[in-house]
Write a protein of this length. Structure first.
Length: 266
């Protein structure tokens, strides 16, 4: 084997040493290509915690950033495959769907809630789809047969006029007033208020929509959709919070809830 010195002289004489160095440099850079700013940046100290003021105002933490305690699969006794904790977030890997006849891999809270304010942060993979459902009952085969859904989506997958299915929509029924989603890979802040029949969806500090369950408008919209096939849709007085398995990677964090009195003002 020639010595390193002689090898360098030979490469230099052939005029290919710069190319060798360039390739070596690219190879070294690729070793770190899996690390992004999101993966290396430190997490905020306030993430997945409650401030003293929040605790005094009745907020409850649904995810502590370390475990999935307090959650289980829809119609399951434990957390289903595909869900894990990743960098302070509840992460669904988007693994293949379950076999026909099995419940979905949707995650639900152990506890049920009637009137509440829910806050969380979410981000979705490119071309991804998920959702947050509320007042979900396990008496039906699928969670969306009872629970209305706050849509979580990469909006680029839809045509511009398909607004009732975009992020923040009350899926299939009410479109958001505007698109305020952040770029794919960034977290969005969701807020859902449910008090009696009144529902509000918010995103990133902007009110997107409000609806009255059981109103003439609600009933007319339900009757023209697939939800008309499910008589218990939107009819539960209380139910679970559900994070939907739609077969795509999604992340949820800073999940907290504040039970509300049906008649009190915010």
């Amino acid at each position: 084997m020639p010595s390193p010195y002689r090898l360098l002289r030979a490469l230099l004489a052939l005029g290919i040493l710069p190319f060798v160095l360039l390739i070596a440099g690219c190879g070294g850079a690729s070793d770190n290509s899996g690390s992004s700013a999101d993966n290396t940046a430190s997490l905020p100290d306030s993430l997945n915690t409650l401030s003293d003021t929040e605790q005094q105002n009745g907020w409850q933490l649904l995810f502590d950033g370390r475990s999935l305690d307090g959650w289980r699969g829809f119609k399951r006794d434990s957390v289903p495959a595909g869900w894990a904790v990743e960098r302070g977030a509840m992460h669904f890997t988007g693994q293949p769907s379950t076999q026909e006849g099995e419940p979905p891999l949707t995650l639900i809270t152990d506890s049920m809630y009637a009137d509440f304010e829910l806050r969380l942060e979410w981000k979705i993979a490119s071309e991804g789809n998920s959702g947050v459902m509320y007042r979900v009952s396990e008496q039906e085969d699928l969670p969306y047969e009872t629970g209305p859904e706050y849509q979580v989506l990469d909006n680029a997958t839809l045509s511009p006029d398909d607004t009732i299915h975009t992020s923040g929509a009350l899926y299939g029924l009410y479109a958001p007033a505007q698109d305020v989603t952040r770029p794919i890979g960034e977290y969005n802040e969701a807020r859902i208020v449910v008090r009696g029949p009144h529902v509000e969806h918010w995103m990133n500090g902007t009110k997107l929509l409000e609806a009255e369950i059981g109103s003439d408008t609600w009933t007319n919209r339900v009757e023209s959709t697939k939800f008309s096939n499910w008589p218990n849709f939107g009819q539960m007085d209380e139910g679970h919070i559900a994070l939907q398995d739609h077969g795509h990677p999604v992340w949820y964090r800073d999940v907290k809830i504040r039970p509300l009195s049906p008649d009190a003002e915010e």
